[in-house]
Design a protein around this ligand. Structure first.
Ligand code: NAD
Ligand code: UGA
Length: 456
C-alpha cells in the first residue's frame, strides 16, 4: 500500500485532485509541490489560488491532516513512492510545430528532476494531458538512470471539468489507468487502483495499455469539442432559416444514440484544453502522415473560430453596421460559469474584435475580473472593468452575454434597460435569458441560432 504520494504541479488539476485523494486516503501523506511560490502560499493559507466551488472546504480540512503544499520540489521527490506529474502542457508558441504541437518542456524538466532526486521504487503517474507515447520519452529519461531508483510510468489522465471539479473528482464517471503489460507494470497499475478504490467503485476504474490511456484523453476532449462545433455550425443554419437551435438540440438530443448533453450552442468553446488537445491530436496525425484525419479534426477548431467571428459580425450588422464610439457591456469573461479561468475564453477574442471596431467595452464578471484585467492590459484604455453588472450596463448601447453565469439569467433587466442608450441591444451568446421577456421590456434580443426578437 502506497503511503507517500507527491504531485508536481499545483494548478487547476493538481490542487483539487490531491485534495480529494488526501480526503479519501487519510492514511496516505499527500504533498503537492510547485515552483510557483505564490500559488503554494495561497494553497497553504487555505484560500486556493483558483476559484472552484466546494474546493476551499476540502483543502482546509486536508491541511490540518495529511495534505501539504511545498516549493521544495526536490526534497519532496526524495520522499515519495508515487509521483503524479500535473504540470502544464500548453500549445507550443515557438519553433517547430508552433500553434499545434504540445510544449512538453515542463514534463521533461519534471522527469529530469525526478530522475535526479528519487529514491527506491517509484511509480510516476502522467496526470497532465500529453501526446501519445510521451510515457516512452519519460521512460527513456528514467532509464538513463542515477542508480538510486527504479521507475514505473503510468498514464492516468484527468477528466474533471472546471467549475464542477470537486463533484467530478468525488464521483468520476470513470478513472482511466494505463500501464505497461509487464509484471512491474501490472503491480504499479494495481497500486494506483488501490488509491482510487478508497472512494471510486472498482467497475468505474478502467485499466488499459498505456498508449490507449494517453490517446483516450485526447480523443475524449476532441469528441466533446466536436459536439459543440457541430451544434454551433447548425446554429448558423438556424439563423438563416428561422429554425430555433434550442428546439433542434432538443429534438436531436432526444435520440438516445446521440444524447442531450453538450449540445448548447453559444459563442464557441473556450478553456485551456479543448483547442490545445485537438491541435495536439492534429499534430500527431500529421506526424504519422494521416493528413485526412488531421484535416477532419482541425475543422472542429476552424468552426469554433468562425463562431466567435460570426457573433461579432452579427452585432455589427444589428447595430446599424457600426460599433464605433458605442459602449458595449460584456457580461462574463470566464470561459464558462463557476470558474475564474479565462484561458482561451471566447471573451478574449470577442473583446479584442469589439475594440478593433472602436467600441468602448466594459467587462463585468463575478470571479474573473482580475484575470480579465491582466489579459487585456495592452488595450486597457479601451476597456473598463466593473464588478457590478448594473454599473457595467449603465449608458451602454448593448449587452453581450459571453459566460453562462447563473446570475445573468435573472437580473433586474427592467432597471438595466432604463439605464441604457436606446435602442438597447441584447446579444445572448449563451442563450441564457428569456428572450421574449427581455423583448417585452424593450430590448432588441439576438440569441445564438434563434430567430431575433426585435422591434426595429
Ligand atoms: P496549471 O497551469 O493551472 O498548473 C500547472 C502548474 O505546474 C503550475 O502551477 C506551474 O507552476 C507548475 N509547474 C510547471 N513546471 C513545473 C516544474 N518543473 N516543477 C514544478 N511545478 C511546475 O495547469 P492545469 O490546468 O492544472 O493543467 C495541468 C495539466 O492537466 C495539463 O496537461 C492539462 O491539459 C491537464 N488537464 C487540465 C484540466 C483543467 O480543467 N484545467 C482538466 C484535465 C486535464
Ligand atoms: C473539459 C472537459 O469537459 C473535461 O472532461 C476535461 O477534463 C477538460 O476539458 C480538460 O481536459 O481540461 P472544461 O474545459 O473545464 O472541461 O469545461 P467544459 O464544461 O467541457 O466546457 C468547455 C467549453 O465548452 C466552455 O467554454 C463551455 O462554455 C463550452 N460549452 C460546453 C459549450 O459551448 N456548449 C456546451 O454544450 C458545453
Amino acid at each position: 500500500m502506497i503511503k507517500r504520494v507527491l504531485c508536481i504541479g499545483a494548478g487547476y488539476v493538481g490542487g483539487p485532485t490531491m485534495a480529494i485523494i488526501a480526503k479519501h486516503c487519510p492514511g496516505v501523506e499527500v504533498v503537492v509541490a510547485d515552483i510557483n511560490p505564490e500559488r503554494i502560499g495561497a494553497w497553504r493559507s487555505g484560500t486556493p489560488p483558483i476559484y472552484e466551488p466546494g474546493l476551499e472546504a476540502v483543502v482546509r480540512e486536508g491541511l490540518g491532516r495529511n495534505l501539504h503544499f511545498t516549493t521544495e520540489v526536490e526534497a519532496a521527490i526524495a520522499n515519495a513512492e508515487m509521483i503524479f506529474v500535473s504540470v502544464n502542457t500548453p500549445t507550443k508558441t515557438y519553433g517547430h510545430g508552433a500553434g499545434r504541437a504540445a510544449d512538453l518542456q515542463h514534463v521533461e524538466q519534471t522527469a529530469r528532476t525526478i530522475l535526479r532526486h528519487a529514491r527506491g521504487d517509484v511509480v510516476v503517474v502522467e496526470k497532465s494531458t500529453v501526446p501519445v507515447r510521451t510515457a516512452e520519452a519519460m521512460e527513456r529519461i528514467f532509464r538513463s538512470g542515477n542508480g538510486q531508483a527504479r521507475f514505473e510510468v503510468l498514464s492516468n489522465p484527468e477528466f474533471l471539468a472546471e467549475g464542477t471539479a470537486v463533484r467530478d473528482l468525488e464521483e468520476p464517471g470513470r478513472v482511466l489507468i494505463g500501464g505497461r503489460e509487464t509484471e512491474a507494470g501490472r503491480a504499479a497499475v494495481e497500486a494506483l487502483v488501490e488509491v482510487y478504490a478508497h472512494w471510486v467503485p472498482r467497475e468505474r476504474i478502467l485499466t488499459t495499455n498505456i498508449w490507449s490511456s494517453e490517446l483516450s484523453k485526447l480523443v475524449a476532449n476532441a469528441f466533446l469539442a466536436q459536439r459543440i462545433s457541430s451544434i454551433n455550425s447548425v446554429s448558423a443554419v438556424c439563423e438563416q432559416t428561422e429554425a430555433d437551435i434550442l428546439e433542434v438540440s432538443r429534438a436531436v438530443g432526444a435520440d438516445s444514440r446521440i444524447g442531450p448533453l453538450f449540445l448548447r450552442a453559444g459563442v464557441g468553446f473556450g478553456g485551456s484544453c479543448f483547442q490545445k488537445d485537438i491541435q495536439n491530436l492534429v499534430y500527431l496525425c500529421e506526424y504519422y502522415g494521416l493528413e485526412e484525419v488531421a484535416r477532419y479534426w482541425d475543422a472542429v477548431v476552424t468552426m469554433n473560430q468562425y463562431q466567435k467571428r460570426r457573433f461579432v459580425r452579427r452585432m455589427i450588422t444589428a447595430m446599424f453596421n457600426t460599433l464605433a464610439g458605442k459602449r458595449i457591456a460584456v457580461f462574463g469573461f470566464a470561459f464558462k460559469a463557476n470558474t475564474d479561468d479565462i484561458r482561451d475564453s471566447p471573451a478574449l477574442e470577442i473583446c479584442r474584435d469589439l475594440v478593433n471596431e472602436h467600441a468602448h467595452v466594459c467587462v463585468t464578471d463575478p470571479q474573473a475580473l482580475d484575470n480579465a484585467r491582466l489579459a487585456l492590459v495592452d488595450i486597457d484604455r479601451s476597456v473598463a472593468f466593473e464588478l457590478d453588472p448594473y454599473s457595467a450596463a449603465e449608458g451602454a448601447h448593448a449587452i453581450a452575454v459571453l459566460t453562462d453565469w447563473e446570475e445573468y439569467r435573472n437580473l433586474d433587466y427592467a432597471r438595466i434597460y432604463a439605464s441604457m442608450e436606446k435602442p438597447a441591444f441584447f446579444f445572448d451568446g449563451r442563450n441564457m435569458v428569456d428572450a421574449e421577456r427581455l423583448h417585452g421590456i424593450g430590448f432588441n434580443v439576438y440569441s445564438v441560432g434563434r430567430p431575433p426578437h426585435t422591434t426595429l
